[in-house]
Design a binder for this molecule. Structure first.
Ligand SMILES: *[C@@H]1O[C@H](CO)[C@@H](O)[C@H](O)[C@H]1NC(C)=O
Ligand SMILES: *[C@@H]1O[C@H](CO)[C@@H](O)[C@H](O)[C@H]1NC(C)=O
Ligand SMILES: *[C@@H]1O[C@H](CO)[C@@H](O)[C@H](O)[C@H]1NC(C)=O
Ligand SMILES: *[C@@H]1O[C@H](CO)[C@@H](O)[C@H](O)[C@H]1NC(C)=O
Ligand SMILES: *[C@@H]1O[C@H](CO)[C@@H](O)[C@H](O)[C@H]1NC(C)=O
Ligand SMILES: *[C@@H]1O[C@H](CO)[C@@H](O)[C@H](O)[C@H]1NC(C)=O
Ligand SMILES: *[C@@H]1O[C@H](CO)[C@@H](O)[C@H](O)[C@H]1NC(C)=O
Ligand SMILES: *[C@@H]1O[C@H](CO)[C@@H](O)[C@H](O)[C@H]1NC(C)=O
Ligand SMILES: *[C@@H]1O[C@H](CO)[C@@H](O)[C@H](O)[C@H]1NC(C)=O
Ligand SMILES: *[C@@H]1O[C@H](CO)[C@@H](O)[C@H](O)[C@H]1NC(C)=O
Length: 397
């Protein structure tokens, strides 16, 4: 039967129905349930590992799962091995497998979506071939130290959150993302290398110590950095994006976006107390507001032609000069115009202190990370879904 199915994979209903009685949806309660399907090359349905499963599980010679592979709350599942498995067309969901240590999938290369949450015993992936095709990837609260084994060219959403041992993330093949990329609350020296990434929707980063995005050209959503630990943000090819946000990046000295022309949103830079230089020499149109506060002394605006929102630039550094800016750009700004230099208390458009050390008493809560320029100026916020949630969370901190 298995043999017939193998040589005539496309054979219609009768064969499939027949096959599915043995090699279809399967719930695994113990290893003998798994052994019952281990000779199937294709599972024409979902494999569900019951939460009561105990010990390690071997999926034998299964090559394909035309459905999901999932386990929710299997706190006694210690390992999952599938030496022959090449693809899972549905979601690969593992949640709350608190004693799981081994994930061994030597041939797995294609997965519908990865959805892993609360896997505190998993510190590496034994994925020899590596996953090259996947939809969304959500990896939350694991002890992974790297994402080796995930070598994608494209991804949907990439959400890497609260993996407190994750020291590096090097997805060198990744070329584009069709969903949001978000990193937050991972190991506080997380280094991110995305050398081939050219485009995406929105990208938000918190608590990271380095970022390399040398080929990034365009984003349709936000590019945002909070509480990071790097000196320089240099994105040499980035030409268009949604909101640009830099908030509370204590070591940041230099924001260099030499090719950036179009911002479909606002630009908010505040509370980055070491920031000296903001380099936007090609910036031409901004559909939201520009709100830059801090102690910077060098601001390069090369080609501003249109700002739909307000323009607020305030620096505590007296070396910074407003006079160059005024004549050139004032007429291109539709909203209000504010430029201050040598100001002891730089204040953002929404009344917050623009520096961490700001002596603000006028409502400048330096503990807040509120940062959406678009929101602050009544322009429709381009942030949606997950990003909006992170905003909400950030504002509670
Ligand atoms: C394995 O679980 C099945 C139910 O899925 C049960 O019928 C069978 O007796 C169990 N086998 C063992 C060895 O516990
Ligand atoms: C895991 O094993 C322990 C000890 O045998 C048991 O008390 C617990 O109910 C098991 N957990 C699940 C989810 O079956
Ligand atoms: C599969 O995963 C995606 C992304 O995590 C999720 O949006 C979707 O609801 C999941 N589908 C099922 C059937 O769980
Ligand atoms: C990332 O991987 C690429 C290719 O494997 C390598 O050249 C690069 O040095 C790695 N980056 C880091 C930070 O390890
Ligand atoms: C970018 O991708 C190409 C093709 O996949 C690869 O050969 C190259 O090593 C990658 N670049 C880096 C810096 O990893
Ligand atoms: C992230 O950074 C914030 C601000 O520096 C800090 O309060 C928080 O503890 C950090 N989170 C992690 C997981 O390091
Ligand atoms: C993103 O990059 C991929 C691969 O380089 C390309 O096929 C796709 O058209 C790009 N999408 C956008 C919106 O630029
Ligand atoms: C800021 O970074 C850019 C790109 O790395 C560099 O060219 C520029 O000299 C830097 N400016 C300062 C003041 O370090
Ligand atoms: C202002 O910038 C200059 C560099 O031109 C620097 O030497 C000085 O320390 C800065 N002032 C303050 C108050 O940080
Ligand atoms: C900055 O302000 C201080 C007093 O607030 C003043 O002594 C100093 O001369 C000013 N510097 C510049 C460059 O305007």
């Amino acid at each position: 039967m298995v043999f017939i199915k193998y040589i005539l994979p496309a054979l219609a209903a009768s064969q499939l129905a027949f096959a599915s009685s043995d090699c279809g949806d399967t719930t695994i309660e113990n290893q003998s349930d798994a052994s019952g399907i281990s000779s199937c090359s294709t599972i024409d349905g979902d494999i569900t590992i019951k939460s009561t499963y105990s010990g390690s599980l071997d999926l034998g010679s299964i090559e394909k799962i035309e459905g999901t592979l999932s386990c929710n709350g299997g706190s006694n599942v210690t390992g999952i091995t599938a030496a022959s498995l090449e693809s899972i067309s549905g979601n690969f969901t593992l949640k709350g497998l608190t004693t799981l240590t081994t994930l061994s999938f030597a041939k797995l290369s294609s997965v519908g979506a990865i959805d892993w949450e609360v896997l505190p015993g998993v510190n590496s992936l034994d994925f020899t071939t590596g996953i090259t095709e996947v939809g969304d990837v959500n990896i939350i609260d694991t002890h992974l130290t790297s994402l080796d084994g995930i070598t994608l060219k494209k991804v949907g959403q990439l959400d890497i959150t609260e993996n407190s041992y994750l020291k590096s993330c090097n997805i060198s093949n990744l070329e584009y993302a069709t969903g949001q990329i978000n990193f937050q609350g991972n190991y506080d020296n997380l280094e991110i290398d995305l050398p081939n990434l050219t485009n995406g929707t929105s990208m938000t980063f918190r608590n990271i110590s380095s970022i390399n995005i040398p080929k990034l050209k365009s984003l349709t959503g936000q590019l945002g950095f909070w509480n990071t630990d790097f000196d320089v943000l240099y994105a040499p090819d980035l030409t268009e994006t949604g909101d640009v946000v830099f908030t509370g990046n204590t070591k940041l000295t230099n924001v260099s976006l030499p090719a950036l022309k179009t911002v479909d949103g606002g630009i908010s830079i505040s509370r980055n107390d070491k920031l000296q230089e903001i380099d936007l020499p090609k910036l031409s149109t901004v559909s939201g507001a520009i709100d830059l506060t801090g102690n910077f002394y060098e601001l390069k605006f090369g080609a501003l032609t249109r700002v739909d929102g307000a323009f607020n630039v305030e620096s505590s550094n007296g070396t910074f000069s407003c006079s160059d800016l005024k004549s050139e750009y004032k007429s291109d700004v539709r909203g209000s115009w504010t430029c201050k230099t040598n100001d002891s208390n730089p204040t953002t458009s929404n009344g917050k202190s623009g520096t961490e050390s700001g002596s603000s008493s006028s409502g400048g809560s330096s503990g807040s990370t509120s940062s959406s320029v678009a929101m602050a100026n009544g322009v429709a916020a381009p942030v949606a879904g997950v990003a909006a949630l992170f905003y909400a969370l950030a504002q509670l901190v």
